[in-house]
Design a protein around this ligand. Sequence first.
Ligand code: NAP
Length: 251
Amino acid sequence: MTTDQPHILLLAGTFEARVLAKKLEEKFSGVRLTASFAGAVKDLPDLGVPTRIGGFGGIEGLCQHLQTEKVSLIIDATHPFAAQMSWNAFHAAERENTAILRLERPAWQQAPNDLWHPVASMGDAADAIPEGAHAFLAVGRKEIATFYRRGDIIGTARMIEPPPVPLPSYWSIVLARPPQSAEEEVELFKEKGITHVVTKNSGGTRAYAKVEAARQMQLPVIMVDRPDLPSTDTAATVNGVLNWTDRFMNT
Ligand code: NAP
């Protein structure tokens, strides 16, 4: 395999990126494809394609990587809250004149029976929890410490790996990926005595069960809006990315 072939850098970390790796490999068999993970989670899925793990070293580091690896297309399939990576990719692509496409799954929309309280940031979410609440915090291991200042609530936090700063001693932690059924979430919320749910508006189906469970139990959901993302070309689905890539490869 030579470095003169088209080279796609797939910024991974989502379920869609996993599906994309397989489909890109199938559809563009002559094209070099490399996936990239931040490496925050230890049990990374095997995408079945060459994979690198760890940050690039900001915009400069990514520019260097694009040059060295002769990347012709970046597909940004990171999580909608991984805004730093998306902005770095946007700026590096601009500097290196590299094509870029972001897979942006649609945000969740409030249904008629949902009791949503939208907020703009994790800090606002922490402020929005009422005194005495038992909050289910599905906010990520990096962001959980924002909630520790709320000594007047109880938190149950779910995350895949433990946080860098341990939870307050009287809070509880569930180390797991989100379940796929609302029934499991209802069971957990009942067992813990959850009164409020705090979540990022991640979109997609993989983390939606908690929102459905909250609807069924008529629990208020403090919904953290997505951060601003760069105005690159976007596709909402895996198929959309494949079609865009097809056009790109044939121009
Ligand atoms: P971030 O704040 O956008 O990224 C921080 C740094 O991590 C980036 O600047 C980059 O380091 C590195 N990085 C991120 N994604 C990378 C990738 N695919 N390949 C190589 N390096 C990558 O994102 P985050 O800290 O990972 O997460 C922010 C939020 O997104 C959290 O709420 C998290 O729960 C959620 N999330 C992220 C991912 C993910 O795969 N990133 C997956 C699920 C959920 P350098 O600047 O050194 O290049």
